[in-house]
Design a protein around this ligand. Structure first.
Ligand code: MG
Length: 648
């Protein structure tokens, strides 16, 4: 099966086009019908992010499935796609699959192992690789490993998770391997194995910023209807506190909660500021506990056994022991055995979920762990006879590129969230002139860590606002963003629905950023997997694949056109970027060069016509464009939000 990744010109040993062929557009590239060029296809290794549960439903049960993906392999071909990142396909608790209950079994809603094998094989025949999403930070709480670990302290699975009878003391003593020496977890909380229950008195000293909880013999009180401060606990219970003296808020309740409690100063907002909580440590009855409203975490109770979870109580963190010996831990070995099964079936890559949190943002520990994981998977892949190296991309979701760069020590690729953040800011401010410099800044940081790094670039994904949403639902801006993504260096990922212009805000619920594909004007939409949480107004007939395929000017056809160009010109697909300072701040200019081939890339990030002169570059040989792009010699005029690529 074909297997290569373009990281830089030097790695492009698979020259499919001669330089002379690169100077003209192969038949089909200018077509907006979705036809692939005859030659040079898949140069770019464009990947499509599939939400398996909502992509295509073959058997009509309202859930996407493997056969639905098989049925639409031609759709990926039309987008020039050569790999699919599948959302987690293993047996799991929830629709999205990030709470796995059996790493070696598939979610039966998606199909059988035979179906999955057929997907791998049929995709492979078309030059499309399958990447699995692997969740190593945590399992689902319904995983039999966790169930047995909770039920029996003597179970061997007790070591698979992070348990403690006194988390604060154990963390301080360095006994919690998962923290890798960190004083606090950065994210997450300890959850009591059994509910804390009983009549408790809560006293919030507003001025001292402390909460004191004591066991109580007093009668339980009803919620104060005139409250300005609230106690939040259990399964969505809310109790209004009484101000008993200036700055002292109290209540006695019959308390029951598996996770502890939080405090609130609003019943409608959950933002930091109105949410008050702890720092991740447990509260001891009778001892004042410091609360804060800047990074408020659940306040669990000490006593009894607790387990640690970075995300929520249904996703207990897995425990690999000290990071220096993680690969010899039982949990690592079991997960590695499951990975071997899928790799031996023909899986060619992985996306790793939440890699920062495996050792609580401790970079050296995470890098050591991820190196061991990658080496294991790559060895299995090579033993299978895989070509080149196994592909692996980490969700190293950091605030800045320098924080992300070290993860390239462990993994060949990481998701470049900053690419999209920089791009949307540049488009929304109408300033393209500095965009290429920001791309180069990140690439230089990554290259310093790994010469053959693969920068996985993207617009939005399944955890972010839709790109269209952040671009004000402007179709012109969405087309520009698509053209920039597909003319930038790296490995572009297209998130399901971005190519159709789907919008949706994460704050409205994750389901609304994971919407099913509307395949035809008149066809229905699968509703079961997302519990009916679908924006039916958005899913009009005209946003369908059928309608956009017929419209030469559609967003879908802009994706197809630029993907076709990327797959036809190796300089675009695998060239190195050099920035050109633009005399017009609205215009982004760069070149991409590879093996003696150079293309000039120009994008107008503003809604105004932009005219520029490019000394030393020619705009006579247009390769691909969107919007109005006219020019001669070194003079170029770009219409609003227009994009163009020229041979040099
Ligand atoms: Mg189905």
């Amino acid at each position: 099966m074909r297997r290569f990744h373009i990281v830089a010109c030097a790695a492009a040993a698979f020259v499919l086009l001669s330089c002379s062929a690169c100077k003209k557009i192969p038949a089909g590239t200018e077509s907006t019908s979705g036809q692939q060029p005859e030659t040079g296809s898949q140069l770019a290794d464009i990947t499509y992010q599939v939400n398996v549960y909502s992509f295509a439903d073959f058997d009509g049960d309202g859930w996407g499935d493997f056969r639905g993906i098989i049925e639409h392999l031609d759709y990926f071909k039309s987008l020039g796609v050569s790999a699919l990142w599948l959302s987690p396909v293993q047996s799991a608790m929830s629709y999205h699959g990030y709470d796995v209950i059996d790493y070696s079994a598939l979610n039966p809603r998606f199909g059988t192992e035979e179906d999955f094998q057929e997907l791998i094989d049929r995709a492979g025949e078309q030059g499309i690789d399958i990447y699995m999403d692997y969740v190593l930070n945590h399992s689902g709480s319904g995983n039999p490993w966790f169930q047995q670990a909770c039920a029996d302290p003597g179970s061997k699975y007790r070591d698979y998770y992070v348990f403690s009878e006194n988390p604060s003391a154990d963390v301080a003593a360095g006994k919690v391997d998962n923290y890798a020496g960190a004083a606090s977890p950065g994210m997450g909380a300890w959850y009591a194995l059994s509910d804390t229950a009983g009549r408790l008195h809560f006293k919030w000293d507003w001025n001292a910023r402390t909460m004191t909880v004591t066991a109580s013999e007093e009668a339980a009180q009803a919620s104060n209807p005139g409250a300005t401060k609230w106690l939040y606990y259990g399964d969505g219970k809310l109790a209004g506190l009484y101000e008993t003296s200036s700055g002292i808020f109290e209540i006695t309740v019959d308390f029951s909660s598996s996770w502890g409690f939080l405090l609130r100063t609003s019943t409608t907002s959950w933002d930091n500021g109105t949410k008050w909580g702890g720092n991740g440590t447990a509260l001891t009855l009778g001892t004042p506990y410091t609360v804060n409203n800047s990074s408020a975490k659940d306040i669990p109770f000490s006593g009894g056994v607790s387990y640690f979870a970075s995300f929520d109580s249904t996703m207990p963190d897995l425990n690999y022991g000290p990071y220096t010996t993680a690969a010899s831990s039982a949990a690592f070995k079991d997960l590695a055995a499951s990975a071997d099964k899928w790799i031996n079936m023909g899986v060619n890559g992985m996306r790793l979920d939440a890699v920062l949190w495996i050792y609580q943002k401790q970079v050296d520990a995470n890098v050591a762990f991820l190196t061991a994981w990658y080496d294991h998977c790559n060895a299995t892949y090579k033993a299978r006879g895989g070509t080149g190296d196994f592909f692996m991309v980490g969700e190293a979701w950091t605030d800045t590129p320098p924080e992300m760069a070290p993860y390239f020590k462990a993994l060949p690729s990481n998701f470049d969230f900053h690419f999209w953040w920089n791009l949307k800011d540049a488009i929304n401010s109408g300033q393209g002139a500095y965009f290429a410099d920001k791309v180069i800044y990140s690439r230089d940081l990554f290259k310093a860590q790994r010469a053959g790094f693969i920068d996985s670039i993207k617009l939005s994904n399944h955890d972010e606002n839709r790109a269209a949403e952040d671009l004000g639902r402007s179709l012109e801006k969405e087309k520009l963003a698509a053209a920039v993504l597909l003319t930038s260096p790296g490995k572009p990922f297209i998130y399901q629905g971005e190519e159709l212009g789907y919008w949706g805000k994460k704050d409205n619920g994750d389901e609304f950023i994971r919407t099913p594909i509307k395949w035809s004007r008149s066809g229905g939409i699968m509703l079961e997997s997302l519990g009916g949480k679908v924006d039916k107004e958005m899913l009009s007939p005209e946003i369908s694949v059928e309608a956009q395929t017929e419209d030469p000017a559609s967003l879908l056809n802009v994706y197809r056109k630029f993907a076709g160009a990327r797959n036809s010109y190796k300089a675009l697909a695998g060239g190195e970027i050099a920035s050109i300072l633009s005399s017009n701040r609205a215009v982004a200019l760069w070149t991409m060069s590879c093996d003696g081939q150079t293309v000039l890339v120009a994008h107008n990030f503003s809604g105004n016509v932009a005219s520029i002169t490019l000394s030393g570059y020619s705009v006579d040989n247009l390769l691909v464009s969107n919007g109005v792009a006219t020019g001669k010699g070194s003079s170029l005029t770009l219409g609003a939000y227009a994009s163009a690529v020229f041979a040099q």
